[in-house]
Design a protein around this ligand. Structure first.
Ligand code: ADE
Ligand code: ZN
Length: 332
């Protein structure tokens, strides 16, 4: 019998795409308001419908066509944070992309960002959840587009924008094509992460570490196929933003039992737990914890330790980190 995990256990979530966390009903509502026909992206139950990862990216981008104004993003951010707060999340980081907020235009980006930040501040006051933003170019949109995105990130680094990453199709281009963007973000003082080792094999994780010099990896689970790399991750304290339910639904692993998260943790890699794009994968952080507890026998103590590790790797200031750590460790 696995231990029951209190759904209200305070949680930190490091890997969450803002648009990917949009409830389907929210996107349908926007489509109706704007008379946009995206009926084809939903199944008969009203959920998002896609065949595989690459089709998922297309459906994701179709859903994003309904998000057209800063006000849309303000409402989206509030809806997303309401769902996270209901899951016990007290600290989250979200990927935000100027690609979907004005197409990399700095003036437009500032307006979108202000709306997202206002919503995050409101949620902190009313729901007790803190949100930080990681600017991410979309890899398959190409290296050229990543440059103005990095400049948007560098220009708006501050209280909310604290990190820079890259999402999208890992098989498109090579990490070294994005060194300009990552160098620009690093020079601006942003903290760095990159999606790798979800689809691109262990080598893609090595490439992200070597060329982009990131301190965290989004997913990174395929590192398990290269034990020397696993040792490197453990020794260098590279934190993995692991999203088990996402990997299972997208078919990276057939089920939780085959997922390498427990093996990575046993080899002392810092693993943290996130949902990626929760409505797309029919998941919540509470469901992820329940499934991990059932399959691997993990207890509240295990989750508390992983949440503390998440906060030690969080892209936030020391005061925020220490405040949230106290909540997670049960002393606040
Ligand atoms: N964008 C949204 N979700 C993603 C994922 N799981 N991998 C890469 N890019 C993404
Ligand atoms: Zn992701």
């Amino acid at each position: 019998m696995s231990e029951r995990i209190d759904p209200a256990l305070p949680k930190a979530e490091l890997h969450l795409h803002l648009e990917g966390a949009a409830p389907p009903a929210f996107i349908r509502g926007l489509a109706k308001e704007k008379s946009i026909d995206i009926a084809g992206i939903f199944d008969e139950h009203g959920g998002y419908a896609y065949r595989d990862f690459w089709h998922f990216l297309e459906v994701y981008e179709a859903a994003c066509t309904t998000l057209q104004t800063p006000e849309d993003f303000r409402r989206l951010t509030l809806a997303v944070l309401e769902d996270r707060a209901a899951d016990g999340v007290v600290y989250a980081e979200t990927f935000v992309s100027p690609d979907f907020c004005g197409g990399g235009d700095l003036v437009a980006w500032r307006e979108y960002l202000q709306a997202i930040t206002e919503a995050a501040d409101e949620a902190e006051r009313t729901m007790g959840i803190t949100l930080k933003g990681i600017v991410t170019p979309i890899r398959h949109f190409g290296p050229e587009k990543s440059r103005p995105i990095a400049q948007c990130a560098a220009e708006t680094k501050g209280h909310f924008i604290t990190g820079f990453g890259i999402a999208g199709d890992e098989k498109a281009f090579h990490p070294k094509d994005f060194t300009w963007a990552f160098d620009c973000a690093r020079e601006a003082g942003l903290r760095l992460t990159a999606h790798a080792g979800e689809w691109g094999g262990a080598q893609s994780v090595r490439d992200a570490l070597d060329h982009l010099k990131v301190e965290r990896i989004g997913h990174g689970v395929q590192s398990i196929d290269d034990l020397a790399l696993v040792d490197r991750l453990a020794e260098d304290g590279i934190t993995l933003e692991v999203c088990p339910g996402s990997n299972v639904v997208l078919g990276v692993y057939p089920d939780f039992a085959s997922h390498p998260i427990a093996r990575l943790r046993e080899r002392e890699v810092k693993v943290t737990i996130s949902t990626d794009d929760p409505p797309f994968f029919h998941t919540t952080l509470v469901k992820e914890y329940e499934e991990l507890a059932r399959v691997f026998g993990w207890t509240e103590e295990d989750f508390r330790a992983m949440n503390a590790d998440a906060m030690r790797a969080a892209f936030c200031d020391a005061a925020t980190r220490d405040r949230i750590l106290k909540i997670i460790e049960g002393s606040a």
